[in-house]
Design a protein around this ligand. Structure first.
Ligand code: ZN
Length: 430
């Protein structure tokens, strides 16, 4: 390279550096007032008409029918809409996309899957999900920590994330690559752990790589026999208790994939934070979940999707039977008053469409306000952001969405989000 060009280049670099030095510290962004015909207080179910939110920086400063309009504030009037806190999806797979789930994790490289995960994170955010729990990269290891960190640093758009890295599973277990040509040594989509000692070792490795919590496969494979779900457990109660104890030592929690008994009971006894899928819960398991505040995360959308996207009539019949069974069990769980969080298991079906989970939970027996509380307030607790997000209150993160109509009359309006603010920044406005 000729010297003059080089010198011009370094001068330019100096100028850029100088500019950035001069512009720091940055002026704080002007306050924002968001206004709409309605605002839902998620804890009480009160509707404010109209509703206004004053946002300063990344936090909500005031909420009411008429808040202060500081001088120079930007006013965003969304008209006939309802303001809500950003939604929480407590069960996502940013590293999965529609298509053969097992083959994509074998055929696609981790760098490629990470690029797709960025796109997935953006799609979820634009659909109104401002916080998510990634329940396993399924073979991409701790790549999810990079997506989380890039979002936190403002490099890419996406929800606030809690990530598990890979999930934990037994050899030959529910998430292992079973029955491939043994000579090919096809790897599991999860990290192997066969006893308590190995679970602890894997959790320490995942913690070292930046995981926020541990995801454990507790049951599977699932079979419907005479209209009842049968699913073997993978870890004993003592092994799960060891996982929970290690998680607490690390300041983490454990979330399990557990569809039925006795695995769901072992998980409840061990004191996990959530039982995901939670199709079959005995009376004793439900009693423990209520007592200990363990969330059930039903993930109806994935069951509904699989029941309607099958390759054969036999598959359609068995997926349909499982969904019907799940709906009947869910009605008992709602009647028993166990705590719920909302998670869709998005990934195998398209990212950005998962607000359908709230619609399904209402369709199958919960009240709209109860579903919104499960999603936002319980979701915030489960993700470790209690009293930081999940409600529109002064001091909370400014994660605000707007939906058309009134979600208490028709919950499906949450599938048509038209405005999204995360951390005080408008990321979508129609
Ligand atoms: Zn999942």
């Amino acid at each position: 390279m000729p010297t003059t060009t080089k010198r011009a280049g370094s001068l330019l670099l100096c100028a850029i550096l100088a500019l950035s030095v001069v512009s720091a510290p940055q002026q704080p962004a002007a306050p924002i007032v968001i206004r709409a015909a309605r605002l839902l207080e998620v804890d009480t179910g009160n509707l404010l008409e109209p509703g206004e939110v004053l946002v300063e920086g990344e936090r909500i400063r005031a909420v009411g029918t008429a808040v202060d309009h500081p001088q120079g504030a930007r006013i965003i009037d969304l008209g006939d809409a309802t303001l809500l806190p950003g939604m929480v999806d407590a069960h996502v797979h940013l590293f999965l996309h529609p298509g053969a789930e097992d083959m994509q994790t074998i055929e696609e490289s981790v760098p490629w899957r990470t690029i797709l995960a960025e796109q997935a994170a953006k799609a979820d955010l634009m659909a109104g999900f401002t916080a998510e729990r990634d329940m396993g990269t399924e073979g991409a290891g701790s790549a999810s920590t990079a997506v989380r960190d890039a979002i936190n640093q403002g490099i890419i758009p996406g929800p606030r994330l809690r990530v598990s890295a890979n999930a934990i599973d037994i050899l030959g277990g529910h998430e292992d690559a079973n029955r491939f040509n043994p000579a090919q040594h096809v790897l599991s989509n999860a990290d192997y752990a066969n006893d308590a000692e190995q679970i602890i070792e894997v959790m320490r490795e995942q913690h070292k790589e930046g995981a926020d919590f541990a995801k454990v496969y507790e049951t599977g494979a699932d079979r419907m026999i005479d209209g009842v779900l049968h699913t073997p457990y993978q870890y004993t109660e003592e092994q799960l208790a060891a996982a929970v104890e290690e998680a607490h030592r690390l300041g983490m929690v454990v979330g399990v994939h557990a569809q039925g008994e006795p695995g769901t009971h072992y998980a409840a006894e061990a004191g996990v934070a959530s039982i995901d899928h939670a199709t079959q819960l005995s009376d004793e398991t439900m009693r423990l979940m209520k007592e200990k505040g363990i969330f059930a995360v039903p993930t109806f959308t994935i069951f509904d999707y699989f029941a309607h996207h099958t390759s054969s009539a036999t598959e359609a019949a068995s997926e349909g039977a499982l969904l019907d069974y799940k709906i009947a069990e869910f009605k008992k769980q709602v009647a028993a008053g166990i705590p719920f969080a909302v998670g869709s298991d998005v990934g195998p079906f398209p990212h950005g469409t998962q607000a359908h989970e709230l619609t399904l939970m209402v369709r199958f027996g919960m009240k709209p306000l109860a579903v919104l509380q499960a999603d936002m307030i319980n979701g915030a607790k489960l993700l470790g952001w209690a009293r930081q997000m999940g409600e529109l209150k002064p001091g909370y993160y400014a994660d605000v969405i707007a939906v058309p109509g009134n979600p208490l009359d028709d919950i499906s309006v949450v599938e048509h989000v038209r405005f999204v603010m995360k951390n005080g920044e408008v990321v979508r406005q129609e």
